[in-house]
Design a protein around this ligand. Structure first.
Ligand SMILES: [Cu+2]
Length: 193
């Protein structure tokens, strides 16, 4: 081995060492995480991937729509920690369209895509320590009513009743079913089937 090669090897070793030291420092820096918004039309599936993310306060999550199909990202009315804010993206309607949210408050965030809620299109982001049951936001009657109105933009009252009956053996959905309809299926409905 000549002197030139030895110094090249030494240079490479010291570069690796610096890269490693740099990584250790960077692990404390805020990170960006990507969630794919997947439309698997062949199998009638719409889903977020990964479905579950564990991040640190200050990190950002970016959702990337993989197809030119409308999806959104929004927390359930009781799906975020008390003291934190829920979130709602605009509709991502083209392939490659993205939406980002930076999480500052610790806890568990449960979100879904509103028009594909019934297909089980939902996900979770845990920021730092997960929330205990008693730590979740308690939605006001006004917030619950606003969410109900949002659902009625995409589904018939009848669809929602069927869904709540089949997903809740306890029959809690039947109580909601007794309420009168507040809205009609909007013009959006056909494009979100
Ligand atoms: Cu969707």
């Amino acid at each position: 081995m000549n002197i030139g090669r030895i110094s090249a090897v030494l240079a490479a070793v010291s570069l690796l060492w610096f890269a490693h030291a740099g990584q250790a420092a960077a692990s404390d820096a805020p990170k960006e995480h990507v969630v794919k918004v997947v439309s698997d039309l062949d199998n009638f599936r719409m889903y977020f991937s990964p479905k579950h993310l564990e991040i640190r306060p200050g990190d950002t999550v970016t959702w990337v729509n993989e197809a030119s199909i409308d999806h959104n990202v929004m927390t359930y009315p009781d799906g975020f920690p008390a003291g934190a804010e829920g979130f709602e993206s605009p509709f991502l309607s083209t392939a490659g369209e993205i939406w980002s949210h930076r999480f500052t408050t610790e806890g568990t965030y449960e979100y879904h895509c509103l028009p594909h809620l019934i297909m089980g299109m939902h996900g979770t982001v845990v920021v730092g320590a997960p929330s205990k049951n008693s730590d979740f936001h308690q939605p006001s009657a006004k917030e619950v009513a606003a969410y109900r109105d949002r659902l009625l933009e995409y589904f018939d009252q009848e669809d929602i009743e069927k869904f709540s009956r089949s997903s809740d053996a306890g029959g809690q959905g039947a109580n909601h079913a007794a309420d009168t309809a507040g809205g009609d299926r909007s013009s959006h409905a056909s494009s979100h089937q």
